[in-house]
Design a protein around this ligand. Structure first.
Ligand code: NAP
Length: 406
């Protein structure tokens, strides 16, 4: 049976890997490149080095500075249209907006970078610009063990970008993650990426080379697991009254958890809670059901503080989430905020509030849409890309973390 289970799991598992791209001759860019930068100086030095890199490789550069006033529908489209009157036309668009991690004033769970990137995609489609959009980030991906993923927030740009690629293939260029310092070689690699070198559209530029993102199969084979998780003590399951959360609760109790804490916004008034509680109690566990919005840090802290000493918290499963799908052309920052709140903000709070505990498991219910994209799911993809990145960051810090992207 064990062998059959392994074979089944082998058929399901993939991982993201980064393939070194062989060094290519210097690429030349042509025409005018629109470099879109965030206001207030957050990326000034970066913008200067990126602009200089583009110029050295043949591009004329014009800069478009975007701020929160450009979140108004139509604002960026109008500004882009004005700039497209450049005599040489627009050769390409490189957005550095993603590096602006500051919260939006109206929707603090959304970074200004993500909100403005959404507006930029919409603007380019609306303005009917015949040029491709590349979105740059810094530290949003890790190409290997010695390469730190430093920004889970910027990983959201990758989630949204993969959906833009599906919904707007005509204007989509790609995603490029850049190092802190753009030396000569990194600049050449950036120019190569922007000239769509080898057709790669998800690229990381590093001191050691350029890397292209790949989805590769992972086989467990006969290897034994790095560590085996046997639920014990208390297990917190956010979204624990939902479809998958309830299944996880049943599994955790059957496998040994003595106490499960199930949270959701409706908590005890969610459908089927009394039946679920009775079922779990019949299996021998104590059950706490709490109404707690995962995005509400204080409420989550209260839930954690109420975990009884006799059953210390040993694991967290973050299964809270909502879907609020819509194509990018009509997607609002409000929709981004709603989707990010439960998943990304909830995960961040759980991570911060439990960082001092030595948890056996910290499981994030992510999604295939975050890893690969899905038309109409930009908000959901951004939120799940955050979860995947957070899990990577935690692992790098030696903390338990598993993001299941299904
Ligand atoms: N089902 C799938 O096929 C699938 C595939 C890939 C990934 N996932 C992920 O797996 C997770 C569970 O999915 P599911 O199918 O079980 O969905 P579900 O039945 O809708 O359950 C989601 C749960 O999350 C709770 N929730 C939503 N927003 C919350 C918030 N802000 N704070 C706390 N709780 C919140 C909901 O309850 P309230 O409304 O009462 O808050 C509900 O209990 C989700 O994160 C989803 O993205 C599911």
């Amino acid at each position: 049976r064990q062998q059959r289970d392994r074979a089944t799991v082998d058929g399901w598992r993939y991982r993201i890997s980064w393939k070194p791209v062989s060094e290519t001759p210097a690429a030349t860019l042509s025409g005018t490149w629109l470099v879109v930068v965030p206001a207030s100086g957050v990326a000034d030095t970066f913008a200067e080095s990126v602009s200089a890199a583009l110029q050295r490789h043949g591009a004329d550069v014009v800069r478009l500075v975007a701020d929160e006033t450009d979140l108004a529908p139509g604002s960026l489209a109008e500004r882009v249209r004005e700039m497209a009157t450049e005599p040489s036309g627009i050769g390409g668009v490189l957005s550095l907006l993603g590096v602006d991690e500051r919260p939006c004033t109206e929707h603090p769970v959304v970074s200004r970078g993500l909100a403005l990137t959404l507006m930029l995609v919409r603007a380019l489609a609306e303005a009917d610009i015949q040029a491709r959009l590349w979105c740059a980030t810094r530290g949003a991906v890790s190409v290997g063990r010695s390469d730190q993923l430093t920004s889970a927030v910027q990983a959201e740009i990758w989630g949204l970008g993969r959906v833009a690629a599906l919904e707007h293939p005509r204007i989509w260029g790609g995603l490029v993650d850049l190092p802190e310092t753009l030396d000569e070689r990194a600049a050449a690699r950036l120019a190569w990426a922007l000239s769509a070198g080898d057709g790669e559209d998800q690229v990381a530029v590093r001191g050691s080379g350029a890397y292209a993102r790949r989805l590769t199969r992972v086989t467990v084979g006969n290897e034994s697991a790095e560590r085996v998780w046997r639920p014990r003590g208390s297990v917190l399951i956010t979204g624990g009254t939902g479809a998958l959360g309830a299944q996880v609760a049943r599994w955790a109790v059957r496998e040994g958890a003595e106490h499960v804490v199930l949270t959701s916004r409706r908590g005890p008034s969610a459908d089927g809670v009394s039946e679920l509680t009775a079922e779990l109690e019949a299996l021998g566990a104590e059950v706490t059901v709490a109404a707690c919005d995962a995005a509400d840090r204080d409420a989550l802290a209260e839930v954690l503080a109420a975990v009884p000493e006799r059953y210390p918290l040993t694991a967290v499963v973050h299964a809270a989430g909502i879907l609020d799908d819509g194509v990018l052309d009509g997607l609002t920052v409000d929709q981004l905020a709603g989707t990010l709140a439960a998943k990304a903000e909830g995960a961040r709070h759980l991570h911060e509030l439990t960082a001092e505990l030595s948890l056996d498991a910290f499981v994030l219910f992510s999604s295939f849409a975050g890893a690969i994209g899905g038309a109409g799911q930009a908000a959901y993809a951004a939120a799940n890309a955050y979860l995947d990145a957070l899990a990577q960051r935690r692992r790098a810090q030696g903390l338990a973390a598993t993001a299941v992207a299904w």
